[in-house]
Design a protein around this ligand. Structure first.
Ligand SMILES: [Zn+2]
Length: 606
């Protein structure tokens, strides 16, 4: 059998991969439902996950895969004696076919033989085979309701049980449940969706670069599966170790009361039914902390958990337009921001990290959590996200205005308007509406100086770590990203604007350095890219992030290009180092009306 496609070689699908890894660490999260059309590699990713699950010890001869260290006291093949033979094997991957019968799933019990011979007359089903492994149901929405209920009950209880004519058999059935479905083939019952812990929607990349990368890797895999898998083996082994480490750490992770309160507030504000959502978010947040190697749940863990666990759980208002769940969740989460930047606070607010914890300085070359770079002016929101402030239909109320048709009435302002006329009754002209501010996603265009002066004394390592950190940050804030580099003879659009941050990370890793510094060419390329993007999506506001030491050694004077960037919000990351400083990047920032952040101050702890 050829090696399965490696998990680490999957392009994009970041939410899906994270959801699968989390449930591999902690199956109690309650399984993952993957929604997506055909051809989105859902099955490939799920099968790839099975290969990452840790190998296990099982009691030899036990058809229920008892753990020798803690055999199931009710095991139909038990009781197992100490010192029984132990086999070491991979975790199982069980694929449940849509046409499976109930007997096939829970096992068959021969009543005549059971009465004569006891439980040996029980033939285990797929639930037993899946114990301590992964149970994968493709097209789970097409599975008959009674089978779905069986699966979900077993997954929730960690046990399966069969009963025939008063004879019953019980056995452990703890498995990681992953279902996939194509929404085009019918929506599943809401009860079904609600019982999965995490729900992820996937789609094929909508950009040429990641699409090409998917195809490139698929062709390489098909041509030589084993060779391809070998090239990714180290990455996969790292993930497998990370799963094992997180499993060990999980029971020691703390969930502070403040974060538990936050979970409750988010679930209430988002409008979920019952308490199940709160529990799933709490479990997912604990697991995220364990995954990231932390001992305490942070605000970021809670928000990321909410994104995976909540969008499908909202009590739907029949008047709601469809497809607003994600946007609404982002608003709920951005209102939870404990450290909101003031609306006119400029580009780079100083201060502690969002969760108030002090961040240890990152090792050289390692990514870190960067300062939040934002647009200085409040926009009109077109794309919900987590970066810049923007007026929105919902969100934090920041004031009142004459009605423009969008906002809810602002009662105090309306009463004040009536009072200002000296009236005790409200007339239509007194009506004021609330002004809401939320957060929007932006286009973050990186323009990175890769010339020789930047490459000196390993500075490029620091610069790459900074850009990598900003790319990750942009992913978490739901931004589009693009990247232009300049060195030698000119500028190069290494990453046309895209929502696939991973391609950016890959391009960054391969970035060549050296040569002279054609700064003006870099800025010209940026202006071209921004013009094209403005035509494509006029309502998405861009943020230009120029990473340079400001030394211009080739081509035109960069100041001659500045007018073509007029009105563009920009931040200059000043990479100048050494004892003699020319302040060129700072001067360029002033000309661009941009804020200027020294490279060393980009990490918040700096
Ligand atoms: Zn057993």
């Amino acid at each position: 059998m050829p090696a399965p496609y490696p998990f680490s070689a999957v392009v994009g699908l970041a939410d899906l991969r994270l959801a699968l890894l989390l449930t591999a660490v902690n199956p109690a999260i309650g399984g993952v439902l993957v929604r997506g059309e055909k051809g989105t590699a859902k099955s490939t990713v799920v099968r790839a996950l099975a290969a990452l699950l840790p190998e296990l010890d099982a009691v030899g001869g036990c058809r229920f895969a008892c753990d020798p260290a803690a055999p199931d006291p009710e095991c139909p093949d038990g009781p197992h004696t100490r010192g029984a033979a132990v086999i070491h094997r991979r975790s199982s991957l069980v694929e449940l076919p849509v046409g499976a019968t109930e007997d096939r799933v829970v096992g068959t019990l021969d009543i005549q033989r059971a009465l004569a011979e006891g439980v040996k007359a029980y033939e285990p089903g797929l639930l037993a085979t899946a114990h301590r492994g992964l149970l994968y149901v493709d097209e789970v929405n097409l599975l008959p309701d009674h089978l779905v209920d069986l699966l979900l009950d077993a997954a929730a209880m960690g046990r399966a049980h069969v009963e025939r004519d008063g004879v019953s058999v019980k056995h452990a059935a703890r498995f990681l449940l992953v279902g996939t479905m194509n929404p085009e083939e019918g929506e599943p019952r809401p009860q079904l969706v609600d019982r999965f812990g995490l729900v992820v929607s996937v789609s094929s990349p909508d950009e040429p670069a990641p699409r090409a990368e998917v195809v490139r890797r698929r062709l390489a895999y098909d041509a030589d599966p084993d060779g391809f898998a070998a090239r990714w083996a180290a990455e996969d082994a790292l993930l497998a170790r990370q799963i094992t480490g997180a499993r060990e750490r999980l029971s020691t992770v703390e969930l502070p009361d403040g974060e538990l309160d936050r979970i409750a507030r988010i679930c209430l504000a988002y409008g979920v039914d019952g308490l199940r959502a709160d529990i799933v978010v709490a479990r997912a947040a604990l697991t995220l902390a364990a995954w990231h190697g932390r001992g305490v749940v942070t605000v970021e863990d809670v928000k990321d958990a909410a994104r995976l666990a909540l969008p499908h759980r909202r009590r739907r208002d029949p008047l709601d337009p469809p497809g607003t769940d994600e946007e609404r969740l982002e608003e709920t989460l951005s209102n939870e921001d404990p450290d909101p930047e003031p609306p006119d606070g400029g580009g780079v607010p100083p201060g502690p990290s969002e969760d108030g914890e002090t961040q240890p300085p990152a090792a050289p070359g390692q990514p870190y959590r960067p300062r939040v770079l934002t647009l200085p002016k409040t926009g009109e929101r077109a794309h919900a996200g987590r970066r810049s402030l923007a007026y929105a239909r919902r969100g934090r109320v920041v004031g009142a205005r004459l009605p423009q048709g969008a906002g809810a009435p602002h009662l105090p302002a309306t009463l004040r308007a009536a009072a200002a006329r000296g009236s005790r009754t409200v007339a239509p002209a007194d009506l004021r509406e609330a002004v809401h501010v939320g957060r929007e996603a932006n286009l973050v265009l990186f323009v990175v100086d890769a010339s020789g002066s930047m490459a000196a004394r390993q500075r490029m390592t620091t610069v790459k770590a900074a850009v990598l950190s900003l790319l990750r940050d942009a992913y978490q804030r739901r931004d589009r990203v693009g990247m232009i580099t300049f060195r030698g003879a000119g500028a190069d659009e290494v990453l046309p604007p895209t929502s696939s941050h991973e391609v950016g990370v890959q391009r960054l890793a391969r970035l060549g350095t050296g040569g002279r510094t054609p700064l003006a060419a870099g800025l010209e390329a940026a202006a071209r890219t921004l013009r094209a993007e403005r035509r494509r999506d006029p309502r998405r506001r861009p943020l230009l992030v120029l990473v340079t030491d400001g030394r211009n050694t080739a081509g035109a004077d960069p100041l001659t290009v500045v007018p073509s960037l007029a009105g563009t919000a920009a931040v200059v990351v000043d990479c100048e180092a050494g004892p003699v400083r020319l302040g060129l990047a700072r001067r360029l920032a002033t000309a661009l009306d941009a804020s200027c952040v020294p490279l060393a101050a980009l990490g918040r702890a700096a």
